[in-house]
Design a binder for this molecule. Structure first.
Ligand code: M6R
Length: 366
C-alpha cells in the first residue's frame, strides 16, 4: 500500500506531480485563459461585488490560507484576512452577509474549523470549503466548495494536501480575477499556461534528493532551526518549520526574513541552521542581505534557490535548486525541498515519520 516507499509521507511527497495535475483537471483552459470552478459557479456574480474574504483554518491548512491571501490580493484585488479557526470562533468577529468565508481543511473534520464555519454561517456569510476528503463534515456544512482531489493522505504530516490546497487557492484567485476583470485574458493565458507545467517542475524539484540528504546529515543533530522567507515565501517558511518540528521534534520557527532583526537574530551562532527561501523574485536582493546578516554571525545557511543562481551560491553553505517560475507559483515549488528535508532528518533521527508522537491526523477535539 506504500507503493514501494518506506513511509506514506515519502510516497505522498512523490505523488505531488500527479496530485496537482488531478487538482487542475477540467478546471483550467490555458489557451482560452479561462478557469472553471463548478463548485462555486453559482456564486460567480456575488464574487464580482464582495468587499472582503476571510480565510479560516488550522495548522498546515492555515499556511495554505496565507498563500491564498497573497494570491487573491495580488490578482483579484480583494482584501483577505486569514484567521486561526480556533481564535476566530472564540472572538466576536465582525461578519456580515457581504462576506465570503473560505474554510480550508484536508480532513474536513477539524472541530475548530467546523465551529468557525457555524458561527460565520449564523451571521449570514457565504461559506466556501476547500477540502480533500469528499463527503466529510465540512463540505456538508458549507454553501459551496472546491475539492482538492489529492487522494487519501495517510501521513500525519500534511504534504500533498498542502500543495493541492495552494493549487485550489491559485485557481480561485485567477477565477475571481476573471470575474472581476482584474487580469486581462492575455495575462491569464500566460499564467495558466505556466501553471499547467508546474507538475513537471515539481518533478524536477523532487530530484534534488541527494543534496537534501547531505543537508539533513549536517543539521540532523541541531536543537533549533530557523526558516526565513519574504512575500509568499514567508508562509512557505512557516510550513517548513512546522513540518520539521512535528516529525523530527527539532524546535523550528518560521519568520518573515525582515523580522529577523527584531529578535531572532539574537539566536544566531555557528550552531544555528537557517533555511532561506531565496529564489529569484521581487524580494531576491532583500533576502540576499538577510543571508549576509546570518553569515556574519556564522550561522549555517541553507538556501532554496532558482536553478542557475550565482549570487546566493557565493554565500550559502548549501544551495538546493528549484526550477524558475512566475512568483505566483513559488510556494508550490519551494515547499517540495522543505518536505524532503524534514522527512530525511526525521528518518535519520529514528522518528516515527508517519505517526509522530502526540499528533492525530484529524483533530476532532477543540
Ligand atoms: O484536516 P485539517 O486540514 O483541518 O487539519 C489541520 C491541521 O490539524 C493539520 O494541518 C496539522 O497541522 C498537520 N499535522 C500538519 O502537517
Amino acid at each position: 500500500e506504500k507503493g514501494g516507499y518506506e513511509h506514506f509521507m515519502l510516497k505522498e511527497i512523490y505523488e505531488q506531480p500527479r496530485s496537482i495535475k488531478d487538482c487542475m483537471r477540467g478546471r483550467i483552459y490555458p489557451q482560452e485563459g479561462k478557469v472553471q470552478l463548478g463548485g462555486i459557479k453559482e456564486f460567480a456574480d456575488k464574487l464580482k461585488n464582495i468587499d472582503r474574504i476571510i480565510i479560516v483554518a488550522c495548522g498546515t491548512s492555515w499556511h495554505a490560507g496565507l498563500v491564498g491571501e497573497y494570491l487573491i490580493e495580488e490578482y483579484a484585488r480583494i482584501p483577505v484576512e486569514v484567521e486561526y479557526a480556533s481564535e476566530f470562533r472564540y472572538r466576536n468577529p465582525i461578519i456580515t452577509e457581504k462576506d465570503v468565508v473560505i474554510a480550508i481543511s484536508q480532513s474536513g473534520e477539524t472541530a475548530d474549523t467546523m465551529a468557525a464555519i457555524e458561527m460565520a454561517k449564523e451571521k449570514g456569510a457565504t461559506i466556501f470549503g476547500i477540502c480533500n476528503v469528499a463527503g466529510a463534515s465540512i463540505p456538508r456544512l458549507t454553501h459551496a466548495g472546491v475539492y482538492t482531489h489529492a487522494g487519501p493522505e495517510i501521513g500525519v504530516a500534511s504534504t500533498k494536501a498542502f500543495t493541492a490546497q495552494v493549487t485550489v487557492l491559485t485557481l480561485m484567485a485567477f477565477y475571481m480575477a476573471q470575474q472581476r476583470g482584474t487580469l486581462t485574458t492575455s495575462k491569464l493565458i500566460e499564467l495558466l499556461t505556466e501553471l499547467d507545467h508546474i507538475p513537471e517542475k515539481i518533478q524536477i524539484a523532487l530530484e534534488s534528493d541527494d543534496i537534501i540528504k547531505k543537508v539533513a546529515e549536517k543539521i540532523k543533530d541541531s536543537k533549533n532551526c530557523l526558516f526565513l522567507g519574504r512575500g509568499s515565501g514567508f508562509p512557505v517558511a512557516l510550513e517548513g518549520a512546522l513540518k520539521l518540528k512535528e516529525i523530527s521534534y527539532i524546535h523550528a520557527e518560521g519568520y518573515p526574513a525582515a523580522e529577523m532583526k527584531h529578535g531572532p537574530i539574537a539566536l544566531i551562532d555557528e550552531e544555528m541552521p537557517v533555511v532561506f527561501i531565496a529564489t529569484q523574485n521581487s524580494s531576491y536582493e532583500k533576502v540576499i542581505s538577510n543571508i549576509q546578516e546570518v553569515k556574519a554571525r556564522k550561522g549555517i545557511v541553507i538556501a532554496i534557490v532558482t536553478q542557475g543562481d550565482i549570487e546566493v551560491k557565493k554565500m550559502a553553505d548549501y544551495c538546493i535548486e528549484i526550477p524558475d517560475a512566475d512568483e505566483a507559483f513559488l510556494p508550490l515549488l519551494a515547499t517540495i525541498p522543505l518536505q524532503l528535508l524534514s522527512y530525511h532528518i526525521a528518518v535519520m533521527r529514528g522518528c516515527n515519520v508517519d505517526q509522530p508522537r502526540n499528533l492525530a491526523k484529524s483533530v476532532t477535539v477543540e
